[in-house]
Design a binder for this molecule. Sequence first.
Ligand code: CA
Length: 519
Amino acid sequence: MDCKLARGVLSVASLLAVLSAAVGAAEPARRPNILYIMSDDHAAHAISCYSGVVNQTPNLDRLARGGMRFDHCFVTNSICAPSRAAILTGKYSHLNGVTVFNRFDGSQPTVAKHLQAAGYHTGIVGKWHLGSDPTGFDEYEIHPGQGRYFDPVYYSATRVRTIKGYATDVTTDLAIEFLKNRPKDKPFFLMCHHKAPHRAWEPDAKHKAVFADRKIAEPPTLRDDYAGRTDAIRENRQRVFDDMTRRDLKLEPPADLKGAKLNEWLGTKPTEVEIEAGGEKKVLKGEELNAWKYQRYMRDYLACVQAIDDNVGRLLDWLDANGLAGNTMVIYTSDQGFFLGDHGMYDKRFMYEESLKMPFIVRWPGVVKPGSVQTAMALNVDFAPTFMEAAGLPVPAEMQGRSLVALLRGEVPADWRTSMYYRYYHDPGHHNTRTHYGVRTATHKLIHFWKKDQWELYDLVKDPEELRNLYQEPGQRETIEKLKAELYRLKKEVRDEDQFADDQPPSGVDGPAPPRPAS
Ligand code: CA
């Protein structure tokens, strides 16, 4: 009865909204502009409003003060191209077709196409990285492939050009150019995608100088020995101490090296490094070298982040100066998280928290309460449905995510998700990361490295750093059975039809070795 009454009230409210929109009398009729700013590999714990341990990001903090910070926004497949495809389509990798670095089929529906058809002026600048050319955008000017940090190349539908300068600054210049030249009688949807702070973490001179002597705090899991974990984490090749190349560490090659020999030198993972300290040369090795490598990595990474922060500030200032801040939804996010020495690693891919978690900050005056924090679970597949609802459009049935607009209003619907499905495909692939899938709830995480038939179970409340794999420990059977049931329920719900095991919670804790799916 209560439920029916609630639905009745809602439908009257919806009807009123439609009527007021039709007569152009009320605020809901004004469709917001959408400025979506996304960086590449920017971990939430390198943003001061999330963490404040390793750096200060005043402009991202300013955005969060004016809007909502999401503390549990997760990526469904933690690498670049797959996340970008999921964001554009609102669909998981297995349905949008980008499971690894394969080409995006631009003929499928995307949020850009829907907004464009509904009268939005749409654009994308910066990193695209989906193989095919963008569709659904009135204007695009994007890097070929990964792009480069200095004097970046951009191409549009009609030209290719190299623009002098630093990519993060130039991409922001292009975003401002798009905003200045846009048709003023239409709302805009602009995706401003930065290359930074992606590997090889090349900062501009100004920010490099800021971090030159900075001592960055080491994360508590930098020297994780992986005890009790699966072979998958032990086999990873994305370790700060062991896998950084001379190129990553910005070591100066001998002047006479050229061509293939130079590349070989730069691609080598050094076990000794000669540095100059206090006017004297010194050879670093062992633990001293390890600590130096971490500092070197983080200084460059954080200096790249600082340029992003400055440029987010430039965009916010521009909106203010042009009277657009009030009716523009501004989003800041990254295509996934990143390991900042956590578990000894750099890069992403694994379902562990630092890689799974995306920063997600939304400022939307009049809708979002300034300075608010949302702890309900959001996913990258939710972004497209959110933009649809914000624009007053119905969410298409093929989008698998759910609009976050209720969450943005500070309301968490009673039937909001309490678990999420994750799947990483790229195996064999970069950094020797084993394919896996898993489920995360508010309190637990269960991961199956299915090619190895090895499992990890974490209690995120008691062990937020995910150091203690409980899977083989006594007393966990009931928790494991419940999580497996939820994992297979989610897998079915998102229509991932690859068969790993029985698609049923196995009767024993250790299920049979799964057959290999086609992917
Ligand atoms: Ca990325």
